[in-house]
Design a binder for this molecule. Structure first.
Ligand SMILES: [Mn+2]
Length: 338
């Protein structure tokens, strides 16, 4: 990590610290933010997590979640915290443009910034930058960070649970982006008492009837097959959002079901919102959805999991996607490498 010793120096005396993460925070965003919050608070810092938007209710059980400030709902409080902060931590995103209003506040501030993130192509806005696109998750990196600070012994069940949450969600329960190093980290977390079964139940066996019925609808009605391109696209219109009363987090993980079909190389979930269309991309093997999300939909992420947005209508967005299938026809139809 760049300037680690200088950062140790900064953190040697109590500071007012704002920890922030990306919009629509996932398990890695919440896990890393809360894990860091506990670590810094215990060291005597006055730390607050600001999430640009609300977090899904499946994270309600996480220790410390009640102290999270949601910028969309608490703008004044959030502005005041940013104004008064001595230091900012930016977790699980790598460009301030990705976090709208909070990003603007942070960009305006002349106070130092720390970035801990595993996405590709970071914007070098942070004085203290820890970027590792080979890491499974920001949570895995947070574990390394606390170790580098010399405080591995502070990682207990509470911090461990937060870290483990991001590892589980970002790796799809160890299905992708794993490494020997990750399993060593996980073994350490196990040793300090983090209960994997407890977390699995909290994170993955925690849905309500509506969410499961929505999954059923997506697979029976909303999934469009493009077998000539080994691609499946699930489309949820505004009407569907109303019909199923879809809330933040309800569509989490649904896109992955498309890839359960043997021949599928790419899966896309298209959600029509009031003034934009949200896209989630998944792929198997070497085929990169990161490239598509970044080049055509102002987004990005990882090779096999990325997100983006379109400001065209739903119809125009779907037409653009179909044209892209033609553009990528050859790699989509290559011999499977999975
Ligand atoms: Mn992540």
């Amino acid at each position: 990590m760049k300037n680690l010793d200088a950062l140790k120096e900064v953190l040697a005396t109590p500071k007012k610290i704002v920890i922030t993460t990306h919009r629509n925070p996932d398990g890695d965003a919440m896990g890393s933010s809360l894990g860091l919050f506990h670590y810094l608070s215990r060291r005597g810092h006055d730390a607050t997590v600001i999430s640009p938007s609300r977090y899904p209710s499946i994270f309600d059980w996480m220790p410390g979640i009640d102290y999270v400030v949601v910028d969309d709902d608490q703008k004044e409080k959030s502005d005041k915290l940013c104004e008064e902060a001595d230091l900012f931590f930016c977790l699980d995103f790598n460009s301030l443009a990705r976090i709208d209003r909070v990003g603007e506040r942070i960009a305006e501030s002349d106070k130092p910034k720390v970035m801990i993130d595993h996405h590709l192509d970071p914007d070098p806005f942070a004085e203290y930058m820890y970027s590792d696109p080979t890491a499974s998750s920001t949570c895995e990196m947070l574990y390394e960070f606390i170790k580098m600070m010399g405080h591995k012994d502070m990682i207990d069940d509470v911090i461990g649970k937060s870290i483990f949450t991001g590892i589980l969600t970002d790796t799809g329960s160890f299905m992708f982006a794993t490494s020997p190093k990750l399993f060593r980290t996980v073994a350490d977390l196990h040793e300090v008492g983090v209960d994997l079964t407890y977390l699995q139940n909290k994170l993955f066996n925690n849905q309500n009837e509506k969410q499961l019925r929505l999954l059923g609808f997506c697979l029976t009605e909303a999934m469009r097959m493009y077998n000539n391109f080994n691609t499946g696209i699930i489309v949820l219109s505004l009407h569907d959002h109303k019909r199923f009363r879809i809330k933040r987090g309800d569509t989490e993980g649904i896109v992955n079901y498309v890839l359960k079909m043997r021949h599928m190389r790419m899966a896309i979930l298209v959600c029509e919102r009031e003034n934009h269309v949200k896209l989630s991309f998944r792929s198997k093997g070497e085929f990169s959805v990161q490239e598509i999300a970044q080049k055509y939909f102002k987004g990005g992420g990882h090779r096999n999991a990325s997100g983006g947005v379109s400001y065209e209508t739903l119809g125009d967005t779907l037409r653009a996607l179909k044209e892209l299938l033609e553009v990528y026809k050859e790699p989509l139809n290559a011999e499977p490498d999975f």
